[in-house]
Design a binder for this molecule. Structure first.
Ligand code: ATP
Ligand code: MG
Length: 219
């Protein structure tokens, strides 16, 4: 099944031509290494695929089922989060639902006969369960264990981890997301004998990779 395709894309920065009529297709289950010298346009291509950068011409089409997790190099905005919060932030949808559930519960504690809120709470709890909300924290913990993070470090701030550890944390965050197309800007070192949940053990380690993977776990 085609996840994403690019047709005759062109991209220039001023006079510097980065892409000239580039076309490709990504199928579900494929693992692709993107190799190119510094400044050749790898990050630019990822930004375009992730919908964060416009092309000058050409079309990028993602299928309805395509959800991208993009593991970037270090980002300022995450440094103040704990390791666990950072990885859990992959599912902002669940965190939002959990906050709303907590708010409704405290409002209902004050006024238990508010039928509209009772109904909304029931709907949200149901949706939270369907989306895997109750098992999500265990999943995050299992991914962090699988990537070799000690339990005691889950509450440490991301800013206090080393560069290599931050890369591993970014991978953990991608694995905790529900995407089926994983874009890896930098590849962390992982143990392939004890891979984290969701990791495809056949993965190799080129310097840069576009790595589609199934949401159902290793195959
Ligand atoms: N926003 C921008 N404005 C102007 N030029 C840019 C911009 N982004 C990237 N470039 C230029 O486009 C070229 C490709 O950059 P890009 O970051 O995609 O390369 P890369 O292949 O990812 O390099 P590296 O291996 O160093 O990560 C570089 O020459 C870079 O300076
Ligand atoms: Mg780059």
């Amino acid at each position: 099944m085609t996840l994403l395709s690019a047709e005759r894309i062109c991209k220039k920065f001023d006079d510097q031509v980065i892409f000239d009529n580039v076309s490709f297709t990504l199928q579900g289950g494929e693992q692709i290494g993107l190799v190119g010298k510094n400044g050749s346009g790898k990050t630019t291509l990822f930004e375009i695929m992730a919908g964060r950068m416009e092309t000058d011409s050409g079309v990028v089409t993602a299928s309805k089922t395509c959800t991208i997790d993009y593991v970037e190099q270090e980002k300022e905005e995450y440094l103040h989060l704990t390791l666990f919060e950072f990885v859990a932030s992959a599912r902002e949808d669940l965190l939002r639902m959990r906050r709303e559930i907590a708010r409704l519960e405290s409002e209902l504690a004050e006024n238990p006969r508010d039928d509209r809120r009772v109904e909304r709470l029931g709907e949200l709890q149901n949706q939270f369960e369907i989306e895997g909300g109750f098992s999500f924290e265990n999943e995050v913990a299992a991914i962090l264990d699988g990537l070799g993070f000690e339990k005691e470090r889950r509450g440490d701030l991301v800013r206090n981890f080393s560069g290599g550890e931050k890369n591993r944390a970014a991978l953990a965050r991608a694995l905790a997301g529900k995407g089926n197309l994983l874009l890896l800007e930098s590849l962390p070192t992982i143990s392939t004998s004890n891979p984290p949940p969701g990791w495809r053990s056949t993965c190799t380690t080129p310097p840069r990779a576009i790595l589609p993977y199934p949401t159902t776990g290793p195959s």
